[in-house]
Design a protein. Structure first.
Length: 482
């Protein structure tokens, strides 16, 4: 598999000698994240024992705010009429309306098995419709960041609300930290969860159990754990290290020599050791994922960026034993969802990309015989206004999310999808901004409980506000997992 390297072929011998001292590793995200994790070894704040088997969580974060009431749309006749009215009518009228006509939703229609209500998945998402019909995908309705259960009166009095409502940066941070009353929180809920359990489930401290595709993120950052950042092609290795051509042999020899020396200075000694471990970790990671080839058949020859990223996640899951992990958390971010303009066209493209990638990924997980071991979920800054701004929609609050995997309770729309989306409904803050009826904390708590975290003081450390929504115990707060 092609790797990303960091040394150009016109590098001088002097540069090679300089890089051999360790600077190469510091400019490389995979190697740097290994070094940061090693530096925080044994600082976990708590332990959760008795975690057996393997489990993985995969977060697909839709940056910008997905207009998710077009992703999951009411189809029962009266409800659809209210939806169209709130969206300014049928988009095909060409007047800036944002509503999808029932005729376009017929092929992706689904029914909630409990309420009997009918919904339409966006017409560009037939793969998600297939997954829903297979019982491998479900929806969580009207989720948003909350400090506590919030009424319309509390919102209007601005009582104990998340900071910076309707702001991209604030709501992204709140989704990731689950501490929406603060802008100073520096750890995410998945990072704090990893802090608790990493010593019991990860036998390879050089590679974090939290892995991110292409970038660091707050969700996976803990007090003692940072994400291990890889690309769609795997961990970035130091260029020129390992190949057999002459200059590469020289570089490899120099690097091995520098990193194996006995240093009197403790800082130099520690730095050399960490560089050695980080370099070896990247190579061993790539060797492990390269062995997982059966998943490739489920991804196209020319995959989308998201498909490429999810393929690497599938390979990492398939290689978890070789990597040395019985729990893994993955993060991938997808941009392009801030559609103040051209909402209809942008959603057609964006949701199709997500749908195809999710199906490819779930098929690959099934191929690995790990259907019941992996749960994938979407997240996004916020929902968007139901009303049109004339071209698209604006920032709002509550929105709908997808949860996928063998453990989901299928055939259901979970949470509280509003009975009416008509303007002025009981949850309408104005312009079709909906007050969330399910909190990010409840969603995260259920994911964490499935993952193996007890709903006791450990959960309270991961989600400081959880007792505002859900008491201690063994039952799931929502029931979208079984």
């Amino acid at each position: 598999m092609k790797r990303s390297h960091i040394v150009a072929k016109d590098t001088s011998r002097r540069d090679i000698l300089k890089l051999a001292g360790g600077c190469a590793a510091l400019t490389n995200t995979s190697l740097l994240s290994t070094m940061l994790n090693l530096s925080a070894t044994n600082t976990a704040v708590a332990q959760t024992s008795g975690l057996s088997g393997y489990k993985a969580l995969v977060c697909v974060f839709l940056f910008g705010g997905n207009d998710s009431f077009n992703m999951l749309t009411p189809l029962t006749s009266s409800e659809h009429a209210d939806y169209l009215a709130a969206r300014g009518g049928d988009y095909t009228a060409g007047n800036g309306a944002l509503g999808i006509p029932a005729s376009e939703l017929a092929a992706t229609a689904i029914t909630d098995s409990v309420s009997g209500r009918q919904f339409g998945i966006h017409p560009s998402m037939p793969e998600v419709k297939t997954l829903f019909d297979q019982g491998k995908a479900t929806f969580l309705a009207n989720v948003g960041s909350l400090v506590e259960p919030t009424t319309m009166a509390q919102y209007q009095s601005r009582a104990n609300l998340p900071l910076g409502l309707f702001s991209h940066s604030d709501l992204q941070q709140h989704w990731m930290t689950s501490v929406p009353q603060s802008r100073s929180q520096v750890t995410g809920w998945a990072g704090r969860m990893a802090d608790m359990i990493t010593d019991t489930v990860n036998t390879n401290p050089a590679i974090s159990m939290n892995m991110s595709l292409d970038s660091v993120n707050l969700l996976q950052t803990g007090g003692s754990v940072v994400p291990y950042v890889v690309t769609s092609n795997g961990a970035q290795e130091v260029g020129w290290y390992g190949p057999t051509w002459t200059q590469a042999k020289i570089f490899t020899t120099l690097t091995d020599d520098v990193l194996s020396r006995s240093y009197a200075n403790l800082m130099e000694k520690t730095f050399a050791k960490m560089n050695r471990t980080a370099l070896d970790a990247a190579i061993s990671f790539n060797d492990a994922v390269d062995q997982i080839t059966t998943v490739d058949q489920f991804f196209p020859t020319s995959p989308s960026r998201l498909q490429s990223q999810l393929r690497m996640i599938a390979k990492s899951i398939g290689a978890h034993e070789s990597i040395g992990q019985s729990r893994q958390i993955f993060f991938v971010g997808v941009g392009g969802w801030d559609n103040h303009d051209n909402l209809i066209g942008a959603q057609d493209t964006n949701l199709a990309t997500v749908s195809q990638a999710l199906k490819s990924f779930q098929d690959s997980i099934d191929e690995l015989n790990m259907t019941n071991d992996v749960v994938t979920f979407t997240a996004s800054d916020f929902g968007r206004t139901l009303s049109s701004n004339g071209k698209g929609s604006d920032h709002a609050w509550g929105g709908n999310q997808i949860v996928m995997g063998g453990p989901v309770t299928g055939g259901r729309i979970h949470g509280d999808y509003p009975l009416s989306l008509a303007s002025g409904n009981a949850l309408d803050l104005g312009r079709g901004r909906l007050l969330p009826t399910t909190s990010v904390d409840q969603m995260a708590a259920e994911l964490a409980m499935w993952y193996g975290v007890a709903n006791d003081n450990n959960m309270e450390h991961i989600l400081p506000n959880i007792r505002n929504f859900f008491g201690a115990g063994t039952s799931y707060p929502i029931g979208f997992l079984s």
